[in-house]
Design a binder for this molecule. Structure first.
Ligand code: TYM
Length: 332
């Protein structure tokens, strides 16, 4: 089976509907046809300050949500990044073939430092995409399913793989990105001009997987919509309504065309009520299952440990290949 790798940061108490629709849904689907490896990227999370106790809890919560949403740890490999030492080890080597200018062009770094400036940012945040490249390349992944915001990082991963291969001889598989066009970017419900993000500034605009159903429904009913009254899919002219239609389409499986016909002559209120009902129905069993899994952290930790062993076996073999290629003296 072709190998797949992807990951999410444990940087909040819950995943949000953007993570779910942009990434998790693809993961769940692709794990049936791929040898899938899913990581909770805690090393990435600490590129911005994290409270230690909260980080530990969030790491478990993220893993529990992967499983509750349908990632099967018996079929796929689901592990915590810091449990496999090869990740930062390969990242170091890749740092040495990454151009400073090249890294400076990463838009996520520019976005994340736009407000406070680069002076206050950590060097870890700057080199974040290189660690991400290491994640993917360690596993010879052929495909990386992500949302649109990760496209540039996977481009860099491909460039680094090709550069290493041409300098040191073929070592890495050059991966392809997988982004589903229509669902690649879910927007903040209170600010449909910007991407829904874990660190978003509008708490009411973020739909968390682990929110209580009543909270989710309320946030959706208060979503910002657009001027006019017609429910039409028009991302430019009606970003708020279009975002809700995208969500409804994904969750119910109805096409955007079918939904347009269904809401012909009906108002925003009807649409919001239906989106709220559909999202609550989709998330409620996932939420319940995740909370159940979190009730038995020892069992969850056991699953993660077994999966980390599986991951480390693959990763260590790749790292050994890399160390040999760059000319490190093997330890006798
Ligand atoms: P993270 O934790 O920011 O996001 C996890 C996944 O969710 C997608 N996503 C979205 N999709 C649609 N709409 C949104 N509003 C939205 N917000 C987030 C992201 O594209 C991502 O797929 N750098 C990665 C984590 C990572 C990784 C990797 C991914 C580390 N190493 C190796 C793939 C391969 C990140 O920050 O994800």
């Amino acid at each position: 089976k072709p190998r797949l790798f992807s990951g999410m940061q444990p940087s909040a108490n819950s995943l949000h509907i953007g993570n779910y629709i942009g990434a998790l849904l693809q993961w769940r689907e692709l794990q049936t046809t791929h040898d899938a490896i899913f990581c909770v990227v805690d090393l990435h999370a600490i590129t911005v300050p994290q409270d230690p106790a909260a980080l530990r809890a969030q790491t478990r919560r993220t893993a529990a949500q992967y499983i509750a949403a349908g990632i099967d740890p018996a079929r796929s490999t689901l592990f915590v990044q810091s449990h496999v030492a090869a990740h930062p080890q390969l990242a170091w080597v890749l740092n040495t073939i990454t151009g400073f200018g090249e890294a400076s062009r990463m838009t996520q770094f520019k976005d994340k430092t736009a407000k406070q400036g680069t002076e206050a940012a950590s060097v870890g945040l700057f080199t974040y995409p290189v660690l991400q490249a290491a994640d993917v390349l360690l596993y010879d992944a052929v495909v990386v399913p992500v949302g649109e915001d990760q496209r540039q990082h996977i481009e860099l991963t491909r460039d680094l793989a090709q550069r290493f291969n041409s300098r040191f001889g073929t070592t890495f598989v050059v991966p392809e990105v997988s982004i589903l066009k229509e669902t690649a970017k879910i927007y903040d419900l209170q600010n449909p001009a910007s991407k829904m993000s874990k660190s978003g500034e509008t708490p009411a605009g973020i739909i968390w997987l682990l929110d209580e159903p009543a909270v989710t429904a309320k946030k959706i009913r208060s979503a910002v919509t657009d001027t006019g009254r017609e429910v039409v899919y028009d991302p430019e002219g009606k970003p708020g309504v279009s975002n809700l239609l995208t969500i409804l389409s994904v969750v119910t499986g109805a096409s955007l065309d079918a939904l347009a016909a269904q809401y012909d002559g009906r108002g925003y209120g009807d649409l919001k009520k239906d989106v709220a009902d559909a999202v609550v129905a989709e998330f409620e069993p996932i939420r319940t299952r995740a909370l159940e899994l979190l009730d038995d952290p020892a069992e969850l930790d056991r699953v993660l440990a077994g999966n980390a062993d599986r991951a480390a076996e693959i990763a260590d073999a790749t790292l050994a290949r890399v160390y040999d290629r760059v000319g490190f003296l093997p330890r006798a």
